[in-house]
Design a protein around this ligand. Sequence first.
Ligand SMILES: Cc1cc2nc3c(=O)[nH]c(=O)nc-3n(C[C@H](O)[C@H](O)[C@H](O)COP(=O)(O)OP(=O)(O)OC[C@H]3O[C@@H](n4cnc5c(N)ncnc54)[C@H](O)[C@@H]3O)c2cc1C
Length: 363
Amino acid sequence: MSFFLVHVTHQFHTPHSSLLIHIMNNVFVYCETEGPNVLEVSQELLTKGRKLADKLGVDLHAIVAGSGIKGKVETQILPYGVDKLFVFEGNGLSPYTSAPHTDILVNLFKEERPQICLLGATVIGRDLGPRVSSSLTSGLTADCTQLEIGDYDEKKTGKHYDNLLYQIRPAFGGNIVATIVNPDHRPQMATVRSGVMQKALYEGQAKGEVVYPDVAKYVPEADYVVKVIDRHVEAAKHNLKGSPIVVAGGYGVGSKEGFELLFQLAKELHGEVGASRAAVDAGWADHDRQIGQTGVTVHPKVYIACGISGQIQHIAGMQDSGIIISINSDPDAPINKIADYVINGTVEEVVPKLIKYYKQNSK
Ligand SMILES: Cc1cc2nc3c(=O)[nH]c(=O)nc-3n(C[C@H](O)[C@H](O)[C@H](O)COP(=O)(O)OP(=O)(O)OC[C@H]3O[C@@H](n4cnc5c(N)ncnc54)[C@H](O)[C@@H]3O)c2cc1C
């Protein structure tokens, strides 16, 4: 893996944003809701945001906006170590539309001047993040896989920066890992996909203050011009992200029928089936089962990789699994280097035996 530093100062330089840089304030997380429920990706980001805030010695603030959320979202957000929660409750804020939510963040950030803002890399986060970032002429890195705090020396000017947000993500087709910094403009903004960070209730003492700002002060009437008439949300077909056991198939599985074997094994183990991109592209597994840089990220207790070579783009989505078992006909397959157990053999030969012996031994 290479290490690479890019900075985005000059792209976004304006007199307005240089005003913002001297006031280094708190870390903010935008929390998304579905009805009265706060999304897991937001809770994952709160856990990460708390760590960043602790490292910087600042507060963690959260924002949530919607209709009918007051009194329902607070207990889903505060336990993740939030010092101050801004609940924007009002008609027209759910379902999400771009203009009101953008103005809430933009106008609140003009008052609060955060140094960092994190959002989920969801449909909403991908719409909202760039709008807010461009209004405030800051910078934004999409789909970060890691976020850390560190210093930065600008080679050209010799200027030193303390405590910037390292926005780390795969770049150039995933062949390098880029660390992107935004030295001069605030907030430093990043989106992160669901499942990449791990949520955990905060064990320290956070202030836990909740405020309910007057929405009309932040959102002009004209923002409500777009009305959502009908909305259809499809329920997830499987629980790949939350499953403790994942049986994942790659191009080495050889066919759609070969994947049936993986479904049988997953059923026996009470797990879920995942796939590499090569297997998805071949039409052997649905796209929503793809694991990796452009698919989902999983953290199961056991990950069984069947006929997967282990390219960096795949590994990005499963490397934090508890135990990795690789079944591969090539003893030198790259995935074997990160595997805890390697079974050298073909999927056709090994998987039926696993099913047979698991059935026998669990009687
Ligand atoms: C921008 C970008 C994003 C990408 N995003 C992703 C992503 O999110 N997820 C992802 O998975 N990939 C992604 N890729 C593709 C990635 O680079 C690889 O091409 C892909 O992961 C390879 O899939 P594979 O390991 O199944 O196939 P292969 O690389 O073809 O490997 C097949 C493996 O199966 C073994 N094998 C063959 N026959 C058998 C058998 N009968 N029994 C057992 N083993 C056998 C072989 O030894 C080999 O190790 C991305 C690529 C790019 C450029």
